[in-house]
Design a protein around this ligand. Structure first.
Ligand code: STR
Length: 402
């Protein structure tokens, strides 16, 4: 076994790292800021492991946590031990914690959010400056998901700017650890206050729904706060990148953009291919083996940590062929990605993410069909966020409105 591949917290060469991971094989040893783990980079292996009940999410099963080698001083601790929620439990407990959020985001229920998505999209487009370089991420892609998830969960508008700062500090690996822990504590305070307010006076939002027992066993305050925090984090960090990465991919592929604008390629195909080729989540931390798990010619040892390296998984040549590194929305396997996960923890917000992106993208390109990058693509940089595929900015020239 070779040296574990050290994952770069500053994300200076994401393509290079994705390739190195894939070439290292479907399961490979990595180093996460000093902590060892397995990275899964093969799609078949990912699907098998994501359905294997011997892999669980509670940090209590992690060898490095039990030995004290990993503590709350580890910069990624907030990703692995964010408090009790549907994200950190398994089995029957998990089904109970997840039920209401999954029901709330069915396609039919989503129709109620559609007017919000349409309005916010129209307003953001109308507010874009008429001239000069525009950061499509800051001015368009970022505000939409934050607003939508806040409306869904009932986060007051006044709280949103500070939330944005706190989550940004949470994810960035340039944030000193004491500041990160302070941001986590502040988020927890804000959400706890919000949950207590809804417990006293319910409103028409998902936080209030999480508090209603509905005949079943009620969730504890910690569980409601945990679910709320998970939904806001997931809802606002990931969809931004889906929109940004799709815009970037189309600008880099003008022939395909023309086919999309001519109606020869659907927006849905663009989204699926973006999810495969440049997904919002680079690495999903973490699962732990409750016993030795043999997979192919590898054995994951009891207590070892397992990371799903979704960006490498999307480039699996066994699934997508020798041209897996090419962005091609017409490829037959475009929707056969695993980017939303698989098995019991599969993303419950997937339909909402797709609804937001499939509103935002046609609206943006419909109004600005000449949209093009303001800098060479090779100059775009990622934020220092190990787990997320998050560009710093997406500077464009809008061109004349249609
Ligand atoms: C952030 C911190 C927190 O309070 C709660 C959670 C649980 C859900 C996690 C979230 C985390 C980080 C981003 C995740 C999200 C689920 C989906 C999202 C991992 C740890 C993705 O990026 C896929």
């Amino acid at each position: 076994m070779g040296c574990p591949l050290a994952i770069d917290p500053l994300v200076r060469d994401l393509d290079g790292e994705t390739h190195a991971l894939r070439e290292a094989g479907p399961l490979t040893r990595i180093d996460l800021l000093g902590a060892p783990a397995w990275a899964v980079t093969g799609q078949t292996e990912a699907r098998r492991l994501l359905n294997d009940p011997r892999l669980v999410k509670t940090i209590a099963r992690w060898r490095e946590w039990r030995s004290g080698a990993v503590t709350r001083g580890w910069p990624l601790i907030g990703m692995v031990d964010p408090g009790r929620s549907m994200f950190t439990v398994d089995g029957p407990e998990h089904r109970k914690l997840r039920a209401k959020t999954a029901q709330a985001i069915t396609p039919r229920r989503l129709e109620r959010l559609r007017p919000v998505i349409d309005d916010v999209t129209a307003r953001l487009l109308a507010d874009l400056p008429a001239e000069g370089t525009v950061d499509v991420k800051a001015r368009f892609a970022a505000p939409l998901p934050m607003t939508v998830v806040s409306v869904l969960m009932g986060v007051d508008a006044e709280l949103r700017p500070r939330q944005h700062e706190l989550w940004s500090a949470f994810f960035s690996l340039r944030t000193p650890q004491d500041e990160r822990l302070a941001a986590i504590a502040e988020l927890n305070d804000v959400f706890t206050r919000m949950v207590r307010a809804r417990a006293r006076q319910p409103a028409d939002d998902l936080t209030s729904a999480l508090l209603r027992p509905d005949g079943g066993e009620p969730l504890s305050e910690e569980e409601v706060v945990g679910n709320l925090s998970a939904m806001v984090a997931a809802g606002h960090e990931t969809t931004v990148s889906l929109i940004v990465n799709a815009v970037r991919a189309l600008m880099a592929n003008p022939d395909q953009l023309r086919q999309v604008l001519d109606g020869e390629i659907t927006w849905s195909a663009v989204l699926e291919e973006t999810l495969r080729w440049d997904p919002p989540v680079t690495h999903l931390l973490m699962r732990f083996a409750t016993e030795d798990i043999a997979i192919g010619d590898t054995t994951i040892g009891e207590g070892e940590g397992v990371v799903m390296s979704y960006r490498a998984i999307g480039r699996d040549r066994r699934e997508h062929g020798p041209d897996a590194d090419v962005f091609d929305p017409t490829r037959p396997t475009r929707a056969k990605h695993t980017t939303f996960g698989h098995g019991p923890h599969i993303c419950s917000g997937a339909a909402l993410a797709k609804l937001e992106a499939s509103t935002a993208l046609p609206a943006l390109f419909g109004r600005y069909p000449q949209l093009r990058l303001a800098v060479p693509d090779a100059e775009l940089r990622h934020r220092p966020v190990l787990t997320q595929n998050d560009l710093e900015a997406l500077p464009v020239l809008l061109g004349d409105p249609a």
